[in-house]
Write a protein that binds this ligand. Sequence first.
Ligand code: NZQ
Ligand code: ZN
Length: 387
Amino acid sequence: MRNFDYMTPTRLIFGKDSIVKLPDVMKPLGKRVLLTYGGGSIKKLGLYDRVKSLLADFDIVELSGIQPNPKYNPSVSEGVRLCKQHDIDVILAVGGGSVLDCSKAIAAGAKYDGEPWDLITGKAKAQAALPIVDVLTLAATGSEYDCGGVISRTETNDKIGYIDPHLFPVCSILDPVYTFTVSAKQTAAGCADAMNHVMEQYFADDTTLLNDGFCEAELRALMANARKCLDKPDDYTARAEMMLCCTYGCNGILSLGNSYSGWPCHAIEHALSAYYDITHGEGLAIITPRWMRHILSDRTLPRFVKYGINVFGIDASLPDRQIAEQAIDATYAFFESINIPMHLRDVGIDDSRIDEMAHHIAVNEGLESAYVPLSEGDIKEILLASL
Ligand code: NZQ
Ligand code: ZN
């Protein structure tokens, strides 16, 4: 078991109507608030009006229109400008992972004198950030409980994931009711994203029985609850468990003491989203089974056998190779069963830029040190198999 140094300082307030605590959470953080949100779903939900009335005593500046796969230009740049212009004390992010991630980049950029992009690429290290509070409306990324963010820069086909301990939200308000209106497409994509977060931690060289058990339970719970959410979008219990599963997915708690896998599927997907602006969870669902098939070998076989038996209940008396193959097929079949498009062509990606993307990933993502090292050629094969 590896050494670790772990802390998640984020307060979670979970459950129906937990929003009533928002003013008390915000008060100690300051009066001048940057309220960030996306394309309007929070207005349809009535959440925008609720937040504005709860925070009637605060001075609120707004940044709206944050897009999925949040963009450095204009959203991050504009948010930083607003924070500096209005001397903002705290950012309140209301929305899904994209709004949260954009807000994190703004929070660090607001306390930095140079070009905020340098904080995202790692060229510079943040020394401070504005505090962030969020009200989550989509279960998927785990951004509400981690210090990571993913920002895209369309001009350069970059989509960069980074972590910075300054960027843990101070508090995340998690009311599953706000996720009742999430579309079937985004519900399924969110499930695939969270499942892949777990898999990126599960498929590693050194793991523990404890972590394996956490991960396997997460995967089973995500699949069971996603089906229920799709059948009945206002099933509170299913939406609630889905939300908590996703919250646990990304802050490392599922892999304390494990070796690091390199998060290969995310590395590959980031390029797909960067070049084609596709939905992150759909890209992951397409890549994951192809990556699995690509890395299945005598060395990785025991992991796939364990995964197949404990996650999908595959008959343990079958030959190992058969269990592993069935586990990969079951992974694909699950994503297909929740109506995720399972080919790159289905999401508008053809073979014209495969070489360019494989090169971009190999150069920028460092997958030569992944759980199973991936060269540019390997990445290209996985992408071609995903077409
Ligand atoms: O923009 P609005 O109108 O709010 O609509 C959004 C958006 O169109 C909509 N939506 C959100 N809540 C809703 C809702 N629609 C109806 N009812 C609601 N309650 O859903 C659409 C997608 O929203 P988005 O925030 O993009 O989705 P998600 O939460 O899946 O976030 C995806 C982004 O997070 C990054 C991804 O790369 C991607 O850019 N990730 C962030 C991570 C992190 N910070 O740790 C880890 C992940 O691996 C992931 O990479
Ligand atoms: Zn993800």
